[in-house]
Write a protein that binds this ligand. Sequence first.
Ligand code: GRF
Length: 234
Amino acid sequence: MTRVGVLASGGGTNLQAILDACGAGGAAGSRAARRIDAEVAVVLCNVPGAGALERARKAGVPAELVPSKGVADRAAYDATLVERLRHSRVDLVCLAGFMRLITPGFLAAFGADAASNGCPRVMNIHPGLLPSFPGLHAQRQALDYGVRFSGCTVHFVDAGCDTGPVIVQAVVPVLAGDTEETLAARILAEEHRIYPQAIQWFAEGRLSVEGRRVTVRGARPAEARGLSNPSLDR
Ligand code: GRF
């Protein structure tokens, strides 16, 4: 069973999707069946009162607030996170709306090794089709640019901002009349599908990385036929 440590700053709907997939969903008694070979070993959160903490508590998963506000020494802060994650014997770290850049020291602590099939042990989810619109407010960036499709990306984390090798992406159309909120909601529904799947591929040892390219052994390819938006007249 792959032990996952989730880092979050916000409402924690991606955390919830992961908890649900692990069969640890809500309050005891309303647990769903486990769908992936993983368990959330610990949730770390840097923002007091964040919904993610409450979701972890409801699911009976160990959770800790590690406040980052006013902490200037990023390396020391990340060393604290690493210590907590190691204490919980975490195999894979999933950033789920964690609004901080990870330092090289953190990445080295959860770097690739033979047991991870040469894959880094830190993943992130981004609400955009990388490498377009990295960083903050990806949905607003997509709307402002006028792209016809957006989506989300699960990627391994490197020292850059949303620059690591792409594991899986899901695409949604940008529709006339979309606001940042409606587009974000459409994307979020896809985030909740692809993140647990990426964790499962990692847990099954099906991921490998060569340069920037990630292979998912045995995965079904997407439909070869393209989508257009708007749809073509014929
Ligand atoms: C998601 O859109 C995620 O892609 C981004 O931050 C948001 C977090 O949402 N990195 P939640 O806290 O998981 O609900």
